[in-house]
Design a protein around this ligand. Structure first.
Ligand code: 2HA
Ligand code: ZN
Length: 276
């Protein structure tokens, strides 16, 4: 089977294109990964071939032992993924000890997987522990308005969650558990991976202050849709703040509670307190 015809590769390429057209992937900004299902692997059984040695990850992810992941390459431009997927996406497999990976397909350009590999693997590990069949797609992007807000709003997940929830009802519907936030940390570092994966125990979206956003979802639509919703809310908030008079009116905690009760959202209680 031609791997480029596999459904998950087509979805992978589509999200890369969509994200690029949104303006969230300058140069090699952003990265994307998908943990393959049994049926994906079965379908590709005769098309995948191990190539090259095992390479250390620099951390351990025993929960992912034996798993295959499709992942963007270090230095890959999102705008080039649909033009040349074989150069810019790889399929890797994690070894039995969970401390190294080996390439099975792609990354023909000779690049290794994304510089944020540690974050991707540690978050996949958290999500797989929570639900083996659950979330499989991690999407990291650099959305303009959300990054801009991280320069003016207090860097607290309470502030970001509540401000964005208030922008449109879609927000509490799409991220009822709220959002996590980490202050600026070195891109690609194990510290960033550890802080983010801890927050992903609770949240599906984590803001990397002055850098971007990483979203987890059960499929490509869920991950991209979450990023899209967060960034659209951030865009509304930037417009509101730019109008110079602050918020003249806004939904209150009681309005969000009514939304939560009606749609059975289980909104994070810590974000349901009015501070003014
Ligand atoms: O892949 O976005 O965070 C480049 C990045 C690093
Ligand atoms: Zn980044």
């Amino acid at each position: 089977m031609n791997i480029l015809k596999a459904g998950f590769i087509k979805d992978f390429i589509k999200i890369a294109d969509d994200g690029y057209k949104m303006g969230w992937h300058e140069c090699n900004g952003g990265n994307l990964s998908y943990r393959l299902r049994e049926e994906d692997i079965e379908l590709l059984r005769f098309s995948l071939e191990a190539s090259g040695p095992f390479i250390n990850i620099g951390t351990r992810v025993p929960d992912l032992a034996g798993d295959y992941l499709a992942i963007t390459g270090a230095g890959s431009f999102f705008r080039n993924i649909s033009l040349s997927a074989y150069d810019n996406i790889g399929i890797i497999q994690i070894n039995d000890r969970g401390d190294a990976y080996r390439l099975w397909w792609g990354l023909a350009s000779g690049r290794g997987p994304t510089s944020e590999l540690a974050s991707h693997l540690m978050i996949h590990s958290v999500k797989k522990r929570a639900n083996k069949d659950g979330q499989r797609v991690l999407y990291h992007c650099h959305p303009v308005n959300l990054i801009a807000l991280s320069f003016v709003l207090p860097l607290s997940n309470k502030v970001f969650t509540r401000e964005l929830w208030e922008m449109m009802p879609e927000c509490p519907l799409v991220f009822p558990e709220g959002l996590g936030l980490v202050e600026w940390m070195l891109p690609g570092s194990l510290d960033l991976a550890l802080a983010t994966s801890q927050l992903m125990e609770k949240y599906n979206g984590v803001i990397w202050a002055h850098h971007g956003l990483i979203c987890s979802g059960e499929d490509f639509d869920a991950s991209f849709g979450l990023a899209h919703t967060i960034e659209k809310a951030a865009q509304i908030l930037v417009k509101v703040l730019s109008m110079g008079q602050g918020k003249v009116q806004r939904p209150r905690a009681r309005d969000l509670k009514a939304l939560s009760d009606t749609y059975k959202l289980k909104l994070g209680q810590e974000f349901l307190i009015d501070n003014d």
